[in-house]
Structure formats: structure tokens, C-alpha cells
Design a protein around this ligand. Structure first.
Ligand SMILES: C/C=C/C(=O)SCCNC(=O)CCNC(=O)[C@H](O)C(C)(C)COP(=O)(O)OP(=O)(O)OC[C@H]1O[C@@H](n2cnc3c(N)ncnc32)[C@H](O)[C@@H]1OP(=O)(O)O
Length: 259
């Protein structure tokens, strides 16, 4: 079982376990997709309010796609391999709750692409991140050319992808590729702490905020502002929005029910 689903309260943990470096084998990708589809149902039911993705073991988050699959690739099967990972990472990215990558070690190639499909990236100080596909005669194929440029800008994305160089977590933090750096061995703990904070907020508002930001990334500002206003307005029909205002005025903690 290369993919384990665990739960800490209303936070789900996707633990990737494919020794020695958690490479994205065909079996792991299949189970990852199944886990994502199960989590979508649990999120919609209100049972899950945040998802954390992490690698099993101290050494590696995910060290990339399974290179042993590459010897037989041809243009058709190569494109299929890329699309397979892209579709799964899109399904993860568009889960209707925050998805946090606890980058516990190597996040290379498809591993960094997986982390970039998450909303927030928390890296352990020992983590190394990069897109080394040019060393294999390839380019990133699970979304890395698209998401890296959006996260760190086209210039830094080109530099990292052209050179295949890897970054230590602190360097990745400096360019905005990761959002927090914690001591080695503490990435999952910190991701769960952030998830617990989010769990106490109005879930429909958190969901709408993720949707507004994601939609706005690919919209002209005026259209993004309209999308924001639409989502803001839709929240005013929720009980949680009234509960939030009442709780503030009555000087008490709100009890959000996700309705
Ligand atoms: C669409 C997506 C495309 C991609 O993701 S392309 C792949 C991008 N990833 C990479 O290029 C990273 C490749 N791996 C490495 O650079 C190194 O490994 C590490 C830095 C991750 C670790 O180095 P070290 O600690 O020296 O270990 P080790 O001896 O290189 O690897 C341990 C075992 O793990 C296998 N392995 C490592 N990465 C992969 C991989 N991505 N796919 C399949 N196997 C991998 C090796 O071959 C070896 O195996 P054995 O012990 O049998 O010799």
C-alpha cells in the first residue's frame, strides 16, 4: 500500500510510502487518485476540513516520477504518463479545502510538482527541492513548468528548470517556493498545527477564499474582483456568516457548522 490515509480530527493525512524515496510509481499514483476521490466525498460531507500530504520516512517527500518507467516511453506513452500525473494533481489542487504539503525531505521533479499542486508548502530544513528533469532529457511533466512560473516568476522558474539545480528549504523560502521552514522532522507536526487553526474557521469561507484566489490567478483583475464579490455575496446566505457576526458582537467564540 504506497498510499496511507490517516486522520487527525478533521484533518486527513495522505502519507506516501514507496521506499526508498517515495517515487511516484504507477501503483502509488493509482492509490493517490483513489484517496483524493474518497477525500472529496469526506470534504463535501463536512467530515474533513484540511488535507496534509507528506512522505513516509525522514529522507524523502517524493523524489519524482518512477524513472524505471522511462526506459520504455515513446511520444504517445510519454504524453500519457504526463497527463496521468497532471490530472491527478489537478484533482488534488481542486479539493474544496486547504491542502498542505509537509515537505519532509527530497521534493524533486514530480515530487515538487506534487507539492506545488498543494495550497501551502511547509518544508523541513533538510528538504531539497528542484526540477532536475533536464538531467533525464525531459521537462517537468506533472505541471511543473506551469505552477513553478506562477509561484516564483518565469525568470526563476526558467533558471531552476534549465539548470536542474535543487534548492535547500531556506533558499526555497526566500523565493516563495515554500511558505514556512521548520526543523528537520517537524514538517508534519507544523502542517497539522496550521490545519488545526484552519479547522476552527468557517469552512465555507475558507473554501470560498481558495476558490477566489485560484480563479483569480487566471483572470484579468476586473474579472477576478467580480469573482471575489460573487463569492463574498454567496457567503452572506450562510448561517456561518450570521454566526460569525453575532459571535463578534456578543464577544464570544463562533461555532461554525459549515452551513
Ligand atoms: C513527470 C515527472 C518526471 C519526474 O519526476 S523525473 C524524476 C525527477 N527526479 C529525479 O531526477 C531525482 C532522482 N533521484 C535522485 O536524484 C537521488 O536518488 C536522490 C537525490 C533522490 C537520493 O540520492 P541518494 O540518497 O544518493 O540515493 P540513490 O542511491 O540515488 O537512490 C536510492 C534508490 O532509489 C532509486 N531512486 C531514486 N530516485 C528515483 C526515482 N525518481 N525513480 C525511481 N527510482 C529512484 C535509486 O535508483 C536507488 O535505487 P537502488 O538502491 O536500487 O540503486
Amino acid at each position: 500500500m504506497p498510499v496511507h490515509l490517516e486522520y487527525a480530527g478533521r484533518t486527513a493525512i495522505i502519507r506516501l510510502d514507496n521506499p526508498p524515496v517515495n517515487a511516484l510509481s504507477a501503483a502509488l499514483l493509482k492509490e493517490l487518485r483513489e484517496a483524493i476521490q474518497k477525500l472529496r466525498q469526506q470534504i463535501e460531507a463536512g467530515d474533513v476540513r484540511a488535507v496534509v500530504v507528506t512522505g513516509n520516512g525522514p529522507k524523502s517527500f517524493v523524489a519524482g516520477a518512477d524513472i524505471t518507467r522511462f526506459l520504455e516511453l515513446d511520444p504517445v506513452s510519454g504524453r500519457e504518463l504526463a497527463r496521468e500525473g497532471q490530472v491527478i494533481f489537478e484533482e488534488l489542487a481542486f479539493l474544496p479545502c486547504p491542502v498542505i504539503a509537509a515537505v519532509n525531505g527530497y521534493a524533486l521533479g514530480g515530487g515538487l510538482e506534487l507539492a506545488m499542486a498543494c495550497d501551502i508548502r511547509i518544508a523541513a530544513a533538510n528538504a531539497r527541492l528542484g526540477q532536475p528533469e533536464v538531467n533525464l532529457g525531459l521537462i517537468p511533466g506533472y505541471g511543473g513548468t506551469q505552477r513553478l512560473a506562477r509561484l516564483v516568476g518565469p525568470g526563476k522558474a526558467k533558471e531552476l528548470i534549465f539548470t536542474g539545480e535543487t534548492l535547500l528549504a531556506e533558499e526555497a523560502l526566500r523565493i516563495g517556493l515554500v511558505d514556512r521552514v521548520v526543523p528537520e522532522g517537524k514538517a508534519l507536526e507544523e502542517a497539522l498545527r496550521v490545519a488545526a487553526v484552519i479547522d476552527g474557521k468557517a469552512p465555507l469561507a475558507v473554501r470560498a477564499a481558495k476558490e477566489a484566489i485560484n480563479r483569480g490567478l487566471d483572470l484579468p483583475l476586473d474579472k477576478g474582483l467580480e469573482a471575489e464579490a460573487d463569492l463574498f455575496g454567496s457567503l452572506c446566505a450562510t448561517e456561518d456568516q450570521k454566526e460569525g457576526a453575532r459571535a463578534f458582537l456578543e464577544k464570544r467564540s463562533p461555532q461554525f457548522r459549515g452551513a
